[in-house]
Each structure stands twice: as structure tokens, then as C-alpha cells.
Design a protein around this ligand. Structure first.
Ligand code: SRM
Ligand code: SF4
Length: 558
């Protein structure tokens, strides 16, 4: 807006894509290569897929003068992370038939399949669609998967809140039929591409993320979002009622090492709205970002930077004008944790929910645990549903009391009972995918998490802190896909085997951590943590968390 800088190349690709069609159909038919035409790799993202190559094999293939080992990652759209056993079984079969034989649960309550080759991409997308799931807008410069508190226990209103996540997701879906034409063979309608009433022809300047949360849980890390809705529940004579939502805007975590113009930022609460105003306000936030966001510099194109350039009051006034809604003063709320509640919990309606621990969300059959087979066996008998948590874990939800024993047996038989054995710190730890599939990874994350935790927990035990939970998150680069900047201890990839050490987030997702030391290998990370842990062990107040202690003891500064 008002900026004379040239548009970023992606803007031209979107504009020329004829409603996200690009030349994808021709690229898919180009048999000699496992890759798509360059521009189509950008268009493909809006359909929920990324072209990747196996980075473990890159050098070997280069020496053999072969093109990289291209394959595709596919991400589902799954508002609130809810899916049925039937859908689970279908995705499990698709992962084994077309993917690399694993299912990956993401930090945004979605599934990712990795390792799909180009000649099978269309069949895979069609197979996913046949399960009544889709991948539309799971990636790209649009609203992404809307996430929602899993919370099936504490709130009678969880279904309402999940309903809002689903409604927002539908409301903000692109209207183009490109997905149906390219992947499902729908007949093309001649003429100009469909109008996109919310997005316009060039969609948003950047990705856009929405979370809906039900306090006291902040399992979605609501303040990491472009738009966060905090459900306000009122107790009435007839039971609890969803009064409305506090609205938070401008959260986002991605940053670039060494570039101070990019930074993680927490969303700010700007007011309260009634449920009836949710769609209008959401749309107004999206269209304001559409019109005022930076389309020249993609590193500064998220809503958090639009707020910086517009100023919060002007942004809020614009949203109110567009939505024709006046925001009321925000209502009080309180979060107690951003973690999951592992094990069995009883819901308000007498049904049971089993929160399993799935390290880094990777579901695979390995010697240590046959998770994929185990969850397949559970899906074959389960009569409730599954819920993916934003902490990359899984809830087997809505289990009748009489079905619990059978599920427990399958869980134990397949090594899915980690939640009964893991330490508090390893239960809550997150790591992003990183190598070998992520093209942006600078260091390992998912594959490094187990060995880092083992080394770190040995230090905790040494200081008598083995049973004290510390929120640890690892990302392979500063983009922050495991939401590391909210962790008490975060490792952010800098180079192979080296990380920036961030300290001082809290356990409710309400405080950013700060950079403590740069570019450290594991031994130096542990060495930096050791004196802090020693002091924590000696001076800790009852139940005090490590991140809170570091600030109280003035061991960190902004
Ligand atoms: Fe992410 C890009 C994986 C959640 C911030 N993210 C990527 C890509 C697609 C790499 C790429 O652009 O080629 C990664 C694919 C790796 C792979 O091989 O699978 C990737 N992001 C993930 C997932 C799978 C991490 C995980 O281990 O679970 C999460 C998928 C979520 C989903 O289902 O939609 C994932 N990414 C996040 C989050 C956390 C969240 O949203 O709650 C963030 C930080 C929050 C935010 O957006 O600010 C996040 N991902 C990014 C960014 C930085 C964006 C920015 O504003 O700068 C990138 C890079 C980009 O967009 O250019 C990125
Ligand atoms: Fe890839 Fe970086 Fe995201 Fe990790 S944080 S998945 S390395 S983009």
C-alpha cells in the first residue's frame, strides 16, 4: 500500500496463475523430471503440497549427476484437528501406499504425508479427498488450518468452539475450483477465473493463521497467531454459555537470523466481540491485511509487520469500519498451561479421552514402538473420534467406559504408552520436521530431539530436577515451526549441529523468550545451562518454573 517498491516475484506468480491453476496440469504431465516448473511449486502450495527433495541424498545424487530425489509433502486441512476412525484408516493406507510409510501430526493439528513422488501426486490428492478431507489452503498465502483447543473435558462448549474453527475455515476458503479441476478431474468452466470475494486475484501478501482457544488451556499458543480468539465462557443459571471472544491480533514467530527487522511477536488483545460478529471481524482482519500488508518484501509481509507500519489504533479502526462492529473492552481470562493433559480424562458427558504422547508427531513403525500399526488397530475398533493436538500429540477421544480396556491393551501392545513412562520434560517437548525434508532447515530438529533430551535430562537429574517440567522446543531454523520462541528453553538451528539458545518463555504461551547465546554445539549448550540449573535447583520457590525463575533471579535481560 502506497509503497513504490517492486512487488515480490510470488505476487507475479499469483497474479498470472488464473485462480491458482498456473501450469500445474502440464507440470504434472512432464514425465522426464520428478519436479514441477518453478512457478508451479509456488502455486502448488495453495493446494496443500510442497515440492521437496531428500537432503540426506542431495550430495550423493549431485556427484552421480542425477537430479535431486524430489518428492512432495502433502498437508491436510483439518480444522480443530478432528478426524474419524474411517478417515484415520484411509490416511494410514495412503501413507503406506503413496508416502514414506509415516504419518506426521503437525503443530497446527494437521496431518502431513512425506515422500509422495510426482507421478502419484494426483492419485494421492484424490485419495485424500475421497476420505472427505482436503488439502485446500493448507499452505500458501491464504488462511491456513484453523486450530482450536482440544479441550473435550472442561467445557461443555467445546463443540461450539470447534464449530467456530470449522466455520472460519470454510468462510476463508478460496473460491477457485482449481483444486477440483487439477486433482479431482472436475470439468473446467470456460472463461475468466472465479472471483475471490475475500482474497482478490492475488490472495494475501503472506500466510495467515487463526486459533480459537478455550481458557484455562492455551494448548493452541493463541498469541502466536495473526488472529486469536479467546473464548469467554459465562456461568449462567442454565449452565455455561459462550458469551463471545476476546480478539488478539498480530502474533507470529518467523524471523531471519541477523535481520533485526524480522522478529517473533505476541498477538495483542484488542477487544471483545459477540459470537455473531466472529465472521465479520475475522473477514475484516483478513481484508485489512490483504490491502495494507507488504507485497514487496515477503520477510515483512505478515500481519505483525502491517501492525507496526499502520499502528495498532489505525488497524483496529479499519477493522471496526470494515466489519461494522465496535469492539467492546476485553473480558478477563486466565491460562494455566499450553501443554497437553496426558493419559485418560473423563469428559463432562461420562465419555473418556486418552491423550497419547507422539514424539514430534511422527507416527511410524519402529523397533521401539509400532505406532502406525497400533493406531490402525485402534482405529479399527474405535467408536469415537481422533483429535490431533497443537502439541503434535493425539487424543483417542469419546471412548465409552466399556471400550477403555480394549484400547488400553492395544496401546500397551504397540508401545503407544510412552505417556506413562516419559519424564515431564520430554512429554511436553516439541521439534519441527527439519531435515531431511525441509528445504529451509539449517540444523536437525525432529531427529535430534531424543538425544538432546537424553543429555539435558541427565543434567536435570544431576541437579535433582528430574521431575520438574521444563518446556523445551527445537526448530531447525528461525522460522519457528515448533513455536520455539515461547519455550522456556529453545534451540533454534543456525548451522549443522549448532543452535542459538533462547531462554525464558513460560508454560502458558504468554511470554517470548530471549536470545541467550548464539551458535552453540550441544556441549556448549549444556555448559551454558548447567550453572542456571544449579541456581534454579538451589533457589527455586515451590512449583516455580525454570523460565519464571530466570526472570525473577535477573539472569535474563531484554
Ligand atoms: Fe512452518 C515453512 C513445517 C507450523 C512458521 N514450515 C515451513 C515449511 C513448509 C518449509 C518450506 O517453506 O518449504 C516446513 C515443511 C517441513 C517439512 O518437511 O514437513 C514447515 N510448519 C511446519 C510444521 C509441519 C512443523 C511441525 O513440525 O509440526 C507445521 C505445520 C503446520 C500446519 O499443519 O499447518 C508448521 N510454521 C509452523 C508454525 C507454528 C504455528 O503455526 O503454530 C510457525 C510459526 C508461527 C508463524 O507462522 O509465525 C511456522 N513455517 C513457518 C515459517 C515462517 C513464517 C514467517 O512468518 O516468517 C516458514 C517459512 C516461510 O513461510 O517462508 C515455514
Ligand atoms: Fe523447516 Fe525451519 Fe520450519 Fe523447522 S522451523 S520445519 S527447519 S522451516
Amino acid at each position: 500500500m502506497g509503497d513504490s517498491a517492486p512487488l515480490s516475484p510470488v505476487e507475479h506468480i499469483k497474479a498470472a496463475s488464473r485462480g491458482l491453476r498456473g501450469t500445474l496440469a502440464a507440470s504434472l504431465a512432464d514425465a522426464p523430471t520428478g519436479a514441477l516448473a518453478d512457478d508451479d511449486t509456488n502455486v502448488l502450495k495453495f493446494h496443500g503440497s510442497y515440492q521437496q527433495d531428500d537432503r540426506d541424498l542431495r550430495e550423493e545424487r549431485r556427484l552421480q549427476k542425477l537430479e535431486p530425489a524430489y518428492s512432495f509433502m502433502i498437508r491436510t486441512r483439518l480444522p480443530g484437528g478432528v478426524c474419524t476412525p474411517r478417515q484415520w484408516l484411509a490416511l494410514d493406507a495412503i501413507a503406506r501406499r503413496y508416502g514414506n510409510g509415516t504419518l506426521r501430526l503437525t503443530t497446527r493439528q494437521a496431518f502431513q504425508l512425506h515422500g509422495v513422488v510426482k507421478r502419484e501426486l494426483k492419485a494421492t490428492m484424490a485419495a485424500i479427498n475421497a476420505t472427505l478431507l482436503d488439502t485446500i489452503a493448507a499452505c500458501g498465502d491464504v488462511n491456513r488450518n484453523v486450530i482450536a483447543s482440544v479441550n473435550p473435558v472442561e467445557s461443555r462448549l467445546h463443540a461450539d468452539v470447534y464449530g467456530w474453527a470449522a466455520k472460519i475455515s470454510e468462510h476463508l476458503l478460496p473460491r477457485t475450483r482449481a483444486y477440483h479441476e487439477i486433482w479431482l478431474g472436475e470439468e473446467k468452466i470456460a472463461g475468466t477465473p472465479e472471483l475471490e470475494p475475500i482474497y482478490g486475484a492475488t490472495y494475501l501478501p503472506r500466510k495467515f493463521k487463526v486459533a480459537v482457544v478455550v481458557p484455562p488451556l492455551n494448548d493452541v499458543d493463541v498469541f502466536a497467531h495473526d488472529l486469536g480468539l479467546i473464548a469467554i465462557i459465562e456461568e449462567t443459571a442454565h449452565g455455561p454459555r459462550l458469551a463471545g471472544f476476546n480478539v488478539a491480533v498480530g502474533g507470529g514467530l518467523g524471523a531471519t537470523h541477523g535481520d533485526a527487522t524480522t522478529y517473533p511477536r505476541l498477538a495483542q488483545v484488542i477487544g471483545f466481540i459477540a459470537p455473531d460478529d466472529v465472521l465479520a471481524v475475522t473477514e475484516a482482519v483478513v481484508t485489512t491485511q490483504r490491502d495494507f500488508g507488504d507485497r514487496a518484501n515477503r520477510k515483512r509481509a505478515r500481519l505483525k509487520y502491517t501492525l507496526e507500519t499502520m499502528g495498532l489504533p489505525a488497524f483496529v479502526a479499519e477493522v471496526e469500519r470494515r466489519a461494522q462492529v465496535s469492539l467492546a473492552p476485553a473480558r478477563p481470562w486466565r491460562f494455566t498451561t499450553n501443554g497437553d493433559r496426558f493419559g485418560w480424562t473423563k469428559g463432562f458427558d461420562g465419555r473418556w479421552h486418552l491423550n497419547l504422547r507422539i514424539p514430534s508427531g511422527r507416527i511410524a513403525d519402529r523397533d521401539s514402538a509400532r505406532q502406525l500399526s497400533g493406531l490402525r488397530a485402534i482405529a479399527q475398533v474405535h467408536r469415537g473420534d481422533f483429535r490431533l493436538t497443537p502439541n503434535q500429540n493425539l487424543i483417542i477421544a469419546n471412548v465409552a467406559p466399556e471400550d477403555r480396556a480394549a484400547i488400553d491393551t492395544l496401546v500397551v501392545d504397540h508401545g503407544l504408552d510412552l505417556y506413562t513412562r516419559a519424564s515431564p520434560t520430554s512429554l511436553d517437548a516439541l521439534a519441527c520436521v527439519a531435515l531431511p525434508t525441509c528445504p529451509l532447515a539449517m540444523a536437525e530438529a525432529e531427529r535430534y530431539l531424543p538425544s538432546f533430551l537424553a543429555a539435558f535430562e541427565a543434567r536435570l537429574a544431576h541437579h535433582g530436577l528430574a521431575q520438574v517440567p521444563v518446556l523445551v522446543r527445537i526448530s531447525g531454523c528461525p522460522n519457528g515451526c515448533s513455536r520455539p520462541y515461547l519455550a522456556e528453553i529453545a534451540l533454534v538451528g543456525k548451522a549443522p549441529g549448532r543452535y542459538n539458545l533462547h531462554l525464558g518463555g513460560n508454560a502458558t504461551g504468554e511470554r517470548l523468550n530471549v536470545l541467550y547465546r548464539e551458535n552453540l554445539a550441544e556441549a556448549a549448550i549444556l555448559e551454558a545451562l548447567d550453572p542456571l540449573l544449579w541456581q534454579f535447583a538451589n533457589e527455586r520457590r515451590p512449583d516455580e518454573r525454570f523460565g519464571d525463575f530466570l526472570w525473577r533471579a535477573k539472569l535474563l535481560s531484554v
